[in-house]
Design a protein around this ligand. Structure first.
Ligand SMILES: NC(=O)c1ccc[n+]([C@@H]2O[C@H](COP(=O)([O-])OP(=O)(O)OC[C@H]3O[C@@H](n4cnc5c(N)ncnc54)[C@H](OP(=O)(O)O)[C@@H]3O)[C@@H](O)[C@H]2O)c1
Length: 279
């Protein structure tokens, strides 16, 4: 392959990250896949992917991972910051430690990895950082407050970073998935149900959690390959876009959010807590 890149993909043990690591390796790139559950990434090894254990809340784990990659390859062309999860729940209910933990994974881990790869990218005079955000970084969802906070932060951080790194030949791209059929929805719904139990928000929280679980299990949403294609484009295009918003319903959601008066948007979102779907 003409333009073979050295790429680190986080959150590669499942969903979008796994699919992306596989696709990038199949495109001929040198891919390092990172996550905590290394056993889930074993099948990637057969495709030539290097697998590493990394917890993005652990400084030593992140710096050792990046050093290991740099020692082996002597360079890093692309960082795909994809690790993340959703802890849904009413603001009144979500324990502050859980809110902090979500920020640690979705924002501070992502930011720290940018810091760790930037010196090498600056030395090379080139590099690309692809951050997985969400449409939840541009529109607020019912009982998704802390997840929204993390993804709004990823949007702001990425836009700021793009301006700073441009003189060094480093580009920053945001990928904004709509709902994608992965474990993400089931994890977010489980947290929502747990945090709503025995509280004033139990009825709405439980219904919304059941509806989310139902929608994710009903194969209602796009599969991860839609996002993988966008990430591959963000990695391989000579002139990538600043944002790739992808997935069934993603654009429509953002258009509605832009057009509807805020209280109308609130009302549409709150319908989630009235739905009787799933159990
Ligand atoms: N699916 C959706 O509907 C959707 C929509 C918009 C945006 N997104 C975003 O897309 C990204 C990928 O999510 P997904 O849908 O592919 O969900 P997923 O299948 O649950 O994958 C999440 C990945 O993040 C990793 N991760 C979680 N905590 C971590 C930690 N502390 N350290 C290192 N890795 C960690 C997990 O690996 P380990 O647990 O093995 O560490 C896993 O590989 C996330 O940033 C998510 O917010 C998803």
């Amino acid at each position: 392959m003409k333009d073979k890149k050295v790429i680190l993909v986080t959150g590669a043990s499942s969903g979008i990250g796994y699919d992306t690591a596989l696709a990038l390796a199949e495109h001929g790139h040198r891919v390092y896949a990172a996550a905590r559950r290394v056993e889930l990434m074993e099948p990637l090894r057969a495709k030539g992917v290097e697998v590493m254990r990394m917890d993005v809340t652990d400084e030593a784990s992140m710096s050792e991972g990046v050093n290991q990659l740099l020692q082996a390859e002597g360079r890093i062309d692309v960082l795909v910051n994809n690790a993340g999860y959703g802890y849904f729940g009413a603001v009144e209910n979500v324990p502050m430690d859980e809110a902090r933990r979500q920020l640690e994974v979705n924002v501070f881990g992502l930011a720290r990895l940018c810091q760790l790869v930037l010196p090498a990218m600056r030395r090379q005079g080139s590099g690309r950082i692809v951050n997985t955000s969400s449409i939840a970084g541009r529109a607020v969802f019912y009982m998704g407050a802390w997840y929204n906070v993390t993804k709004y932060a990823v949007e702001a951080l990425s836009d700021a970073l793009r301006m700073e790194t441009r003189p060094f030949g480093i580009d920053v791209v945001l990928v904004e998935p709509g709902p994608i059929r992965t474990d993400w929805g089931l994890i977010a719904a489980r947290h929502l149900k747990e945090s709503s139990a025995d509280t004033a928000y139990e009825e709405q929280g439980t219904r919304w959690a059941n509806a989310m679980r139902w929608a994710y299990e009903a194969k209602f949403f796009s599969g991860p390959s839609v996002i993988t294609r966008a990430i591959c484009r963000a990695v391989e295009s000579r002139h990538p876009r600043t944002r790739y918003c992808r997935g069934r319903g993603a654009h429509l959601t953002l258009v509605l959010h832009a057009l509807l008066p805020t209280r109308w948007w609130d009302a549409v979102m709150r319908l989630g807590g009235r739905l009787r779907l799933g159990s």
